[in-house]
Design a protein around this ligand. Structure first.
Ligand code: MV4
Length: 530
């Protein structure tokens, strides 16, 4: 046995290895006392994600399902599942009454809404709490304050968070709007007070276009949000979309760095990454503390995200706060080593979060590709059908968050997100290589997907250099449409089938002997199956 310098043989003290994570969580692990059973009024990949987190926290999970989701993976993964109505969301996943009834019936003591559906409806948070259930989300007043975009702007400005120059209140008459636009300078952007996600926005280049933009934006806002309120901001050209992840418990409000979400098409994010190439350590701390101030200004608790526009000269402006867990949360989880959904559950249960600020440094690089049932060859229209075959990528640093399985029917009732393919690697170049490989492993048969778009993007030199902003895909329509003609794709498919047949012939035994084997086995050998 080799001796250790400075110590006598036999005197080496062996200490059990303690991971940094255990050190930071030692005082606060164990089952959640105030929580036992969580109802998840959602479906698909996020329902499964929350069910897994519940089980890891020692909690029971109650799923709900519409008629279209009776056979879905989330229904089987939960400890109990409750039917809530027909496929149409308005009569199932959006029905506050049915969801509260399901919570009561199942004896749940908490509700985790996920994202989409009712996750950011302050009145749903209130209904949950009125039923004496724990809401796994921020306080209803924080949801409400951030949902009203002009109120959010005023509160942020008062808290010292940089907002885009513009109006602090909704536009009430045209003369006032013209004066404000002159003051902030063209181009300006007209936005809906109850908007978000880009609906009802209008960019105005000069005074000649303002009156018409105010009219169309107001009527679009009324149609989409039931509120015609609009306001003005200076239009920021070609910024990056960078958002900061927040976690807050009763004691502390922390940020977990940024996600770069500039790769989007028509306000739908397609690829997200963490960290962002555009942020230095200093800029991360500036944006991080702005986001912490934003959260504190509305009494935020739980997980939330502050969206910013970041310009070339490193100016950043608060846009809005998303008061929910987001689709792209996994990239933050992978670079910060924090399970955000488990922390949401702990915070809701009144426990301190298991996050030590001293450990909050990004490590390596994470990328997420949203695999959607949208057909790039058909203008990105949603495609439907049965998942006939599915081969899921795997390997080191590869994560597949999905609710779909072979046999599932993809319909038009719900959004088109089939899965999130997420990779981690030590640096951005290796993460892109790993993502390319994972995309090559992925096979989805039965519905058209945007998989080929992701593969083109990952091999694009401009993307690999990180030269991206929110207009990237507008400048690169070549990435959105298949480069191969349908005839070429058919040629490739025929070639692949011939190669496969050739390989099978080579594997087939030269002669099929009779006698010993059963007729099944002999037939299988003739077919080259074994
Ligand atoms: C902007 C902007 C430029 N200037 N505001 C779009 C969604 C909503 N959250 C706010 N949005 C924008 N607001 C000013 N003053 C550009 C956008 C925008 C955008 C923002 C983030 C991600 C993608 C985007 C795509 C188009 C426009």
């Amino acid at each position: 046995m080799p001796s250790v310098e400075g110590e006598e043989d036999g005197e080496v003290a062996f200490e059990r290895y303690t991971s940094p994570f255990e050190l930071q969580t030692r005082q606060s692990s164990g089952p959640l006392r105030t929580l036992k059973r969580v109802l998840i009024p959602n479906r698909g990949e996020i329902a499964l994600r929350i069910i897994r987190a519940c089980h890891e926290e020692g909690l029971e999970a109650v799923a709900v399902y519409s008629a279209a989701d009776r056979g879905s993976a989330h229904v089987r993964a939960a400890d109990r599942a409750i039917a809530i109505g027909p496929a149409a969301p308005s009569q199932s996943y959006l029905s506050i009454e049915r969801l509260i009834a399901a919570a009561r019936e199942s004896g749940a003591d908490a509700v985790h809404p996920g994202y989409g559906f009712l996750a950011e409806r302050a009145s749903f948070a209130e209904a949950v709490q009125a039923a004496e259930l724990i809401w796994v989300g921020p306080p209803a007043p924080a949801i409400r304050a951030m949902g009203d975009k002009t109120e959010a702007r005023r509160r942020m400005r008062d808290a010292g968070v940089p907002v885009v120059p513009g109006g602090g209140a909704p536009v009430t008459d045209q003369r006032e709007a013209f004066a404000l636009a002159e003051e902030i300078g063209y181009p300006v952007i007209v936005k809906a007070v109850s908007g978000g996600g880009g609906k009802g926005m209008r960019v105005v280049r000069d005074a000649s276009g303002l009156a018409a933009a105010l009219d169309t934006a107001a009527s679009e806002a009324l149609k989409a949000f039931g509120d015609a309120g609009i306001y003005l901001e200076k239009f920021i050209a070609r910024p990056r979309h960078v958002e900061i992840q927040i976690l807050a418990d009763e004691e502390r409000t922390l940020h977990l760095g940024e996600r770069e979400c500039s790769i989007q098409r028509r306000h739908q994010k397609l690829v997200e990454e963490a960290p962002s190439l555009a942020l230095s350590v200093d800029l991360r701390e500036w944006m991080g503390s702005a986001a912490v101030s934003a959260a504190q200004a509305v009494g935020y608790r739980g997980a939330g995200t502050c969206e910013f526009l970041l310009t070339d000269d490193n100016s950043f402006y608060f846009l809005e706060m998303n008061t929910r867990i987001q689709v792209e949360h996994p990239v933050t989880e992978l670079v910060y080593g924090v399970d955000l959904v488990r922390e949401q559950l702990r915070i809701a249960a009144g426990e301190p979060m298991r996050v030590h600020p001293g450990w909050l440094n990004p490590r390596g690089w994470a990328l997420e590709c949203r695999i959607t049932s949208e057909d790039p060859a058909n203008g990105f229209l949603p495609s439907t059908g049965r998942i006939e075959y599915l081969r899921v990528p795997a390997g080191p640093g590869v994560r597949w968050d999905s609710g779909i399985e072979i046999g599932d029917e993809v319909t038009l009732y719900y959004d088109s997100l089939l899965a999130k393919l997420i990779v981690w690697a030590p640096d951005r170049a290796q993460a892109i290589t790993r993502m390319t490989q994972a995309l090559d492993e992925l096979v989805v048969v039965g519905v058209a997907t945007n998989q080929a778009f992701h593969r083109r993007l990952m091999t694009d030199p401009e993307f690999r250099k990180g030269e991206i902003d929110i207009q990237f895909l507008e400048r690169r329509p070549d990435l959105l449409t298949p480069s191969d003609s349908p005839a070429r794709v058919l040629d490739l498919a025929v070639a692949a089938a011939l190669a496969e047949d050739h390989a099978r012939q080579a594997r087939r035994p030269a002669a099929v002997e009779a006698g010993s084997a059963s007729e099944w086995a002999r037939q299988a050998r003739r077919e080259g199956l074994r």
